[in-house]
Design a protein around this ligand. Structure first.
Ligand code: MTE
Ligand code: HPA
Ligand code: MOS
Length: 750
């Protein structure tokens, strides 16, 4: 597997924040934060810390020249706490010193006194106290209240899903460098360069044009750097601005885990009604989202939970309500799937429970209710592609679903202490930012006189391979070799008003912007060629594989010569272009519209083997039929699918966040927080690319891939439940993820 960065990565030559060449006299920042979950700051004494060796300054709320406000959607979050702290890890001040060690030593000498206030960690309790980030949101279709009467089966239950630490390899960090004229340049590991720019400008009381943000690449983001790279970058910028010297601030791993937000834990209730044939007639759900102490991206994440609450199924009567609940934990944030996985886990639990009562396999109900063309989602959008069924059927035929089930049954009849389980997991995920205005991008394409090309867009490379895809799109659009093309860093001075690289939209939005810019260039170059060849209309000219054709005939004119000619004729060989996703809209009053450009579909079948003496398990295989549209880069897409699956299985099974009664995170290191490693990942992952499904709504007929495969991991939970029930048929089922080995073992013998 090789992509643009592979060779540099392997050689250790790729530059991350910690590798940036630092200006002379650079200082290092370290954050001082609240040791309690909720309380009043009674006294802050920096005097001995200020005298500590190497210290150059300590900055807190009172040192901010502009607004002490970093909230993106709701203005409810201070950069530094003022008189109240709201969670353990709430930043209070940043210390800067001549070395990281000196800064850290000084932080230990800060004396803070706090008066504790009552704290809430549970979202349902927060909801009872009406501690809501935004008013509750409800998506509704049909009439659930009437529909219950037509149901033969009605089941209800509650479902818990845990948070998830992003554990990107590169922790949060930035370097801020003062520049001429009172401006600041910030090199940041962020998915949202404009969020950093806008927030730094607000905090420093500068116009945005005085703040330049540059991003070469991230060592992983997974949503954790969509909003939450911002505070650390702004703190570095504040200190750099105040002292007029460069400041580097990188969170050490343990601080990163303690201070930053994670995937939202959810607590939910469902009620589902079906007829005898297994058709789902009605579905009602209430989602309590644990938002943490500030809004961050929670309202948008809450929306996506509602958008995906019926997953791949058509349900005619739905009422789904979601509450974003304020608690005294660090603000939870974006994480691959963006609330979608939490919504899907609940309907899959509902189907599982209904299947148990009806005495059928859940896949029977799943199959009966798959979306078909013309079906309406609870938010009003119509289904246009029949891929939900295509993928599900291919799992049955290509991967011999029945044979897998038969073998599992056979294995279980022959083994007492080791049991196997299998589950099917369909996924349907909407592609577009649900915040409609974010669905725009622009690209800047420079052709230099030697025929080499540099491309800038808003896309941030974080290991997902967006640069590889963008280079292919540019090469195809200009019909030149990929070797000519360099994808430049993401920079707010070159590309303004960027949407974050998120919602799996990086390649779509920026790819279309590149296509638009390349069209402009190609059009200009064809004119130049037509003149040069005295060929009449430029419509008779075609540029193909770096050669110029006239009326379909190859000419002697090459791409290099054409570029030279254009330049000498004073024709611009640079183009900038914008793209915005057509035909999408959403009315937040009625909660109806067409929020998504399209949907991504797929189905997975997952097998697990459970050691019933130890509670440990191994996933034997994950077999997937996935709709990539016309894949731009199969290697990148396969990598995204495998990575997403591993991360999804981790969320559902082994990754467990534990806070104590005081709201202190106990799992703040890799010794206590377990993530999938090379031994844990499924022994076999097979991915079939659904064939002949070009997507007219994606660049080069492709589909977005970043997030959807994550949700195949939900199948792991139910495969495991099935293995447990093979051992203990009367198992009492609590739908509560993660299903760690400890939980498995305890429930097998309780
Ligand atoms: N893959 C890698 N290797 N690293 C990442 O940080 N982030 C995921 C996904 N895949 C991520 C990743 C998330 S949360 C999103 S939204 C998409 O990539 C973003 O990139 P894209 O829009 O280019 O797909
Ligand atoms: N996905 C990711 N990030 C977002 C979205 C979304 O749908 N909306 C706003 N930010
Ligand atoms: Mo991804 S959670 O939209 O960064």
């Amino acid at each position: 597997m090789s992509n643009i960065d592979s060779i540099r990565h392997v050689r250790g030559e790729s530059l991350f924040i910690d590798d940036v060449t630092l200006p002379e006299g650079v200082l290092y920042g370290y954050v001082y934060y609240s040791p309690i979950a909720h309380g009043k700051i009674q006294k802050l004494d920096f005097s001995s810390a200020l005298k500590s060796e190497g210290v150059r300054g300590i900055f807190s709320a009172k040192d901010i020249p502009g607004e002490n406000q970093i909230g993106g959607i709701v203005p409810d979050e201070n950069l530094f706490a003022e008189d109240t702290v709201h969670f353990i890890g709430h930043p209070i001040a940043v210390v800067v010193a001549d070395s990281l060690i000196h800064a850290r030593d000084a932080v230990k000498k800060i004396k803070g006194e706090f008066k504790k206030l009552p704290a809430t960690f549970d979202p349902r309790q927060a909801a009872k106290k009406n501690e809501l980030i935004i008013p509750p949101r409800t998506f509704e279709i049909g009439n659930v209240d009437q529909a219950w009467g037509n149901c033969d089966y009605i089941v209800e239950d509650s479902v818990e899903s845990g948070g998830q630490e992003h554990l990107y390899l590169e922790t949060q960090g930035s370097v801020a460098i003062p520049i001429e004229g009172g401006g600041i340049k910030i090199i940041s590991a962020t998915q949202g360069p404009t969020a950093v720019q806008r927030t730094a400008a607000r905090v420093l009381a500068l116009p945005m044009h005085k703040v330049e943000v540059d991003v070469a690449r991230l060592g992983g983001g997974f949503g954790g750097k969509e909003d939450q790279a911002t505070p650390w970058a702004v703190m570095a910028a504040l200190a750099a601005y105040k002292l007029n010297v460069a400041v580097k601030l990188i969170l050490p791993r343990q601080e990163d885990i303690r201070l930053t937000g994670k995937r939202h834990p959810y607590s939910s209730d469902f009620k589902v009604g079906l007829n005898k044939e297994g058709k789902i007639l009605a579905y009602q759900a209430t989602f309590y989202q644990n938002a943490g102490a500030a809004a961050d991206l929670s309202p948008a994440i809450l929306d996506r939970t509602l958008f995906h609450c019926t997953n791949s199924y058509f349900v005619p009567n739905v009422r789904a309500t979601a509450l974003s609940c304020r608690t005294n934990l660090p603000p939870f944030t974006a994480f691959r799937g963006f609330g979608g996985p939490q919504g899907m886990f609940v309907i899959e639990s509902a189907i599982y429970k209904a299947a148990q009562i009806m005495g059928v396999d859940p896949s029977v109900i799943q199959k009966k209710n798959l979306l078909i063309e013309g079906d309406e989602f609870p938010y009003g959008q119509k289904v246009v592609q029949p891929h939900a069924k295509k993928c599900f059927y291919e799992i049955e035929t290509r991967f011999s679903k029945n044979e897998i089930y038969r073998k599992v049954k056979e294995f279980n009849s022959e083994n007492k202490l080791v049991k196997k389980g299998v589950a099917v997991m369909p996924v349907c995920f909407g592609i577009s930012f649900t915040t409609t205005f974010l669905n725009q991008a622009s690209a800047l394409v420079h052709i230099y006189t030697d025929g080499s090309v540099t491309i800038s867009t808003a896309a941030v490379e974080m290991g997902q391979g967006v640069n590889a895809k963008l280079r292919i799109i540019a090469a195809k659009s200009l019909s030149i070799s990929e070797k000519r093309i360099k994808i430049d860093s993401t920079n707010t001075s070159r590309i303004s008003n960027t949407s974050p690289t998120a919602a799996s939209k990086g390649a779509d939005l920026n790819g279309f912007a590149i296509i638009n810019a390349c069209k402009i260039l190609t059009e200009r170059l064809r004119h130049v060629a037509a003149e040069e060849l005295k060929a009449g209309a430029s419509s008779q000219i075609e540029i193909k594989d770096e050669v110029i054709y006239h009326n379909g005939e190859k000419t002697d004119l090459t791409f290099d010569q054409l570029i030279q000619t254009a330049y000498r004729n004073r024709i611009s060989i640079t183009a900038q272009a914008h793209h915005s996703t057509p035909d999408i809209y959403f009315d937040t009053k009625t909660n109806k519209g067409k929020p998504f450009a399209y949907h991504v579909y797929g189905t997975a079948i997952i097998e697990v083997t459970l050691d019933c003496l130890r509670g440990t398990y191994q996933f034997d295989s994950v077999k997937v039929v996935h709709d990539f549209g016309g894949s731009i880069d199969k290697v990148v897409d396969l990598g995204q699918t495998e990575g997403g699956i591993a991360q999804g299985i981790g969320w559902m099974t082994m990754e467990e966040l534990i806070w104590n009664d005081e709201g202190k995170l106990l799992t703040d290191a890799l010794s206590t927080y377990k993530v999938p490693d090379v031994h844990f990942v499924p022994k076999e992952i097979r991915v079939h690319f659904l064939e002949n499904v070009p997507n007219p709504f994606g660049p080069l007929n492709s589909k977005a891939v970043g997030e959807p495969p994550f949700m195949y991991g939900i199948g792991a939970y139910f495969a495991l439940l099935n293995a447990m029930r093979a051992f203990k048929p009367d198992l009492k089922i609590n739908f509560s993820a993660p299903l760690t080995p400890e939980k498995v073992l305890l429930s097998l013998y309780s």
